[in-house]
Ligand binder design. Sequence first.
Ligand SMILES: C=C(O[C@@H]1C=C(C(=O)O)C=C[C@H]1O)C(=O)O
Length: 288
Amino acid sequence: MTTDQAPSPALDALRQRIDTIDAELHRLLMERVRVIDGIVAAKRASGADGVMFRPDREADMMRRMVERHAGTLPLTSVEHIWREIITACTRLQGDFRVFIDGSADVADMRDLARFYFGFSVEMDCPGDASDVVGTVAASHSDLGLVALTERSEIPWWRGLGLEGAQIIARLPFLVAHERPADLDGLVISRPVPNAGEPDTRVFDARWTGLLPGSLMNTGIEVLSFFRTADGVDALLAASGEMSEADVLALCAAAGAEPDVIRPVGGYASPIDIETDSDGDEDFDTGAD
Ligand SMILES: C=C(O[C@@H]1C=C(C(=O)O)C=C[C@H]1O)C(=O)O
């Protein structure tokens, strides 16, 4: 018999405390769902239909979670628990599927989808990233998950647009050197009703010539690019405070003169949980 099985009043008392906490957590979860019922009614009354995810609200919730977190429970475990809760609560408002990009590593892509959208959501793989974009654009409220690679085999973002499928989130949202489900990806959906201004805007930009290295020094991030016969198709991310004209001017100053620049969505800025604004390592991510 191990010590653990030996009668110990102290251990019994602690387990009773865990049981009480679990019952309270469960009670609070059920109470949360009753509040969601009210949110469903309020959204219906305001005419909201289609995509029920509200990425800007979720980003705020996650930021507050990071701020209040303390102790040894890895922050990414808390994140995962909340992702399961939020997705379950969103599905109660209207069901949806997640279409995943078949050109990425299957295991990494499934991990990413399961981490953010839980284990009960239906997943499907219609093909490559372009197929995901097309399938989401033709859907009522489904989501797409596309892997971000620096150099893309296809300019899959050409099918995006603010009226159809667009970028609504960037993953992982909590950034750490080592974390579970760490594939870089973008979430795609049809327009989110009453969406706020994103921290970062994303553009489809095309120009003739090379990709100037100095573009990255302008504050613009090249999320991905595709080389055409005589130029570049790029997916560019810029601060939400920059206008389309600002982005165009920065590109031109760096030596790329886009003849096409189109907004294709945006996202809440991911949070680096290893380095706070002072540069201190503050959060336990569960990494070795
Ligand atoms: C509850 C809402 O809908 C969704 C579910 C959320 C949740 O469970 O907390 C948060 C944002 C939305 O993605 C909402 O819009 O507030």
